[in-house]
Write a protein that binds this ligand. Structure first.
Ligand SMILES: *Cc1c(COP(=O)(O)O)cnc(C)c1O
Length: 405
């Protein structure tokens, strides 16, 4: 289904010309007044749809996707992403905060929205008015919410070894008390795995142990005649590495955006997911500098030859990590080109000495592909000593998101 929002989206069509000097040449919808000339994100909705369909195929029949769209859908834009997911039959969402949930509801997103984080009982009115489901993070949180005497949708979080949120799995009587809270509509009970992304033996043991603790709690609750609501355990790596456990939901975050958290993790079964996000900018200026001239703040880079350099209109103020200074590349005319000097807040410099026919306004791809070259979010986050989750969700509001359908 196509959506047109002249402010946020454009249709882009690959040029049919035979010779395309800049392979990113695109025809922009003439109605799009907001043509991007500085730096922007392109969100490929077909790839998002493809990833969702891939998971819908491999998940066990009774298991639905709970799409995790916290932190602005990992930088992709939570409203547009959630609308698309509604269109492909996803009606369960998870966010981190009540305000993220309110934002989705206000935008007309349908289905269940679970808040994964702690919400103060002070805000119970909004939880109810916006029809949000709240995670109960421990017994005390439960009693405080229940005491307010208002009917509230909740999922009960159980701690099985992550030691973040959740009532401890061994506190059976506390968990029973949560189930007997009069004002709760209990929709789910869940836990979170802490090392599901690792295939090291001790981590696999740890994960299996977490899973077993959770299921044995469920058995004990059943034995006490407690009606078991929907259960969920896995996030992306839980599904990728432990696909066969029986759940009603899989809380999928990073994987639906088509990337892995880090480059070097092996997952079973191998899924061919497609990256959804590209990060692009344009060349603002080209200059030639002499042998042994310095470039940028701190005069950190000294040219080893007469060089042609280009200024690119993107920097750490857009969320491109400054720690990638001197340690990373961008794509230009289908080639890898090094970033030189320190990355600035709004700009960076690249060495284009070896690239032909570059001109002002040419598109530079920082995450994504040009021709046969690709710079993945995994590659960048490895170089920046972080994970793709952080890299993507820190891409700033200053970058406009363009949705390609
Ligand atoms: C963020 C989060 C997820 C999603 O994790 P991914 O690894 O991105 O799939 C799932 N569950 C909880 C509790 C989370 O906080």
């Amino acid at each position: 289904m196509k959506e047109f929002n002249t402010e946020q989206s454009v249709i882009m069509v690959e040029s049919k010309e035979k010779y395309i000097p800049n392979i990113d040449n695109i025809l922009i919808n003439k109605y799009c007044i907001n043509y991007k000339d500085r730096a922007w994100i392109e969100v490929n909705m077909d790839n998002l749809k493809y990833n969702i369909k891939t998971f819908q195929k491999i998940l066990p029949e009774q298991c639905s996707i709970m799409a995790v769209v916290k932190a602005n859908a990992y930088g992709h834009g939570s409203i547009q992403v959630s609308r698309m997911l509604n269109n492909v039959g996803v009606y369960d969402f998870a966010v981190a905060t009540i305000d993220e949930g309110i934002k989705l509801r206000t935008a007309g997103i349908k289905g269940n929205i679970l808040i994964l984080g702690y919400t103060s009982p002070n805000r119970i009115g909004q939880l109810i008015n916006f029809d949000l489901s709240q995670t109960v993070v421990d017994i005390e949180h439960a009693l405080n919410l229940d005491d307010l005497g208002k009917t509230l949708k909740v999922h009960i979080k159980i701690n099985t070894g992550m030691n973040r949120l959740g009532e401890n799995y061994f506190n059976l009587s506390e968990i029973e008390k949560i189930f007997s809270c009069k004002n709760f509509k209990i929709q789910g009970i869940f836990t979170h795995l802490s090392v599901a992304d690792s295939n090291e033996k001790k981590d696999v043991e740890y994960t299996k142990n977490q899973i077993n603790k959770f299921y044995s709690l469920i058995e004990q609750l059943k034995y006490k005649n407690i009606k078991i609501p929907k259960i969920h355990i896995q996030s992306s790596y839980g599904v990728l590495n432990y696909p066969n456990i029986k759940c009603d939901y899989a809380r999928l975050g990073i994987a639906i955006y088509g990337v892995l958290s880090h480059e070097n993790c092996i997952v079973e079964p191998y899924l061919d997911l497609k990256p959804v996000l590209m990060l692009k900018s344009r060349i603002a200026l080209i200059r030639t500098i002499n042998y042994q001239e310095s470039i940028g703040y701190g005069n950190q880079y000294i040219s080893p030859r007469i060089s042609k350099i280009a200024v690119v209109s993107i920097g750490y103020g857009d969320g491109y990590p400054r720690s990638l200074s001197g340690n990373s590349e961008v794509l230009l005319n289908g080639c890898r080109v090094p970033i030189i000097g320190r990355i600035c807040m709004d700009q960076m410099m690249i060495d284009i000495t070896d690239i032909r026919s570059v001109k002002r306004g040419d598109i530079v791809t920082l995450i994504g592909s040009q021709g046969n070259e690709i710079i993945s979010a995994e590659e960048l986050s490895l170089k920046a000593k972080t994970i793709t989750n952080e890299l993507l969700c820190r891409l700033s509001q200053r970058l406009e998101r363009i949705y390609i359908y």
